[in-house]
Design a protein around this ligand. Structure first.
Ligand code: ADP
Ligand code: MG
Length: 250
């Protein structure tokens, strides 16, 4: 924890970030650093800006103000090659967004093939290796609709890993799953965390936050209202809004 938070190993630096959609101010003065290997969990009520925050980090949404640097590169600068930055940032959504007309292996190979990341044989090896990692190698030739939600989400994680990202963003990856499938996805994420992946995870899974998170951010109304060690924030929230929220979800 202490070593993860030194000044030198800042992976994502967010400073006074704001984001509006027209007149609606969704993010207001967000400042936070994510360090290499750190797992930052983001919680907060619906509409508080969690997804928008995550999407600003790889410029799926363009910030209205402030600064975001990833590995020291200012991603809001027009001259920054955003595609290059994005290749190092994997993202996993609530809905798995697999291509229904492609089998699992083709789903994994599509982006690397398009970006011509080495030869096809190597790509296939990488894809199989990532499927194995998430326990889905036996389903390489299945189609998405033949898989359970949990299996599809594990494939979506493997697909992101094929690009060899060093940051992974997760937006409520288990929210669309039946309860019995939540564990298998969290398990894969936990393993990634233990391997040192830098992760920002929006989730309602407080057990995961407590067990795997290095830091917890509580967002409300476009602000980071409170942050700290997940165990401390969850058991002893300092802000009234955090208390209110936790009393509803815990
Ligand atoms: P959360 O993920 O915490 O539920 P979001 O970041 O999705 O919150 O949304 C925050 C606010 O921004 C909500 O009021 C939502 O309606 C609004 N919002 C999100 N995306 C857009 C958009 N593309 N256009 C207009 N408003 C949006
Ligand atoms: Mg959201």
């Amino acid at each position: 924890m202490a070593e993860k938070q030194s000044e030198e190993n800042v992976k994502i630096h967010v400073s006074h970030l704001s984001k509006s959609f027209g007149k609606l101010e969704v993010l207001k003065d967000i400042s936070v650093d994510v360090h290499e290997g750190e797992v930052v969990v983001v919680i907060g009520p619906s509409g508080s800006g969690k997804s928008t925050f995550l999407r600003c980090l790889n410029r799926l949404e363009t910030a209205t103000g402030g600064e975001i640097t990833v590995d020291g590169k200012n991603i809001l600068d027009r001259r920054t090659d955003i595609n290059h930055v994005r290749q190092n940032i994997g993202m996993v959504f609530q809905h798995f967004n697999l291509f229904p007309h492609m089998d699992v292996l083709k789903n994994l190979m599509m982006a690397p093939l398009e970006l011509k990341k080495g030869d096809k044989v190597r790509m296939e090896q990488t894809a199989m290796q990532m499927l194995k990692k998430v326990g889905m190698d036996e389903k390489a030739h299945a189609y998405p609709d033949q898989l359970s939600g949990g299996q599809q989400q594990r494939v979506a994680i493997a697909r992101a890993l094929c690009m060899h990202p060093d940051i992974m963003l997760f937006d409520e990856p288990t929210s669309a799953l039946d309860p019995e499938m939540v564990g298998e996805v969290l398990e894969v994420m936990k393993e990634l965390a233990s391997e040192g992946m830098t992760m920002v995870v929006v989730t309602h899974e407080m057990g995961f936050a407590r067990e795997v998170g290095d830091r917890l951010l509580f967002m409300d109304g476009g602000y980071i209202v409170e942050q700290g060690d997940p165990r401390e924030v969850l058991s002893n929230p300092l802000e009234r809004r955090t208390k209110d929220f936790l009393s509803k979800v815990l």
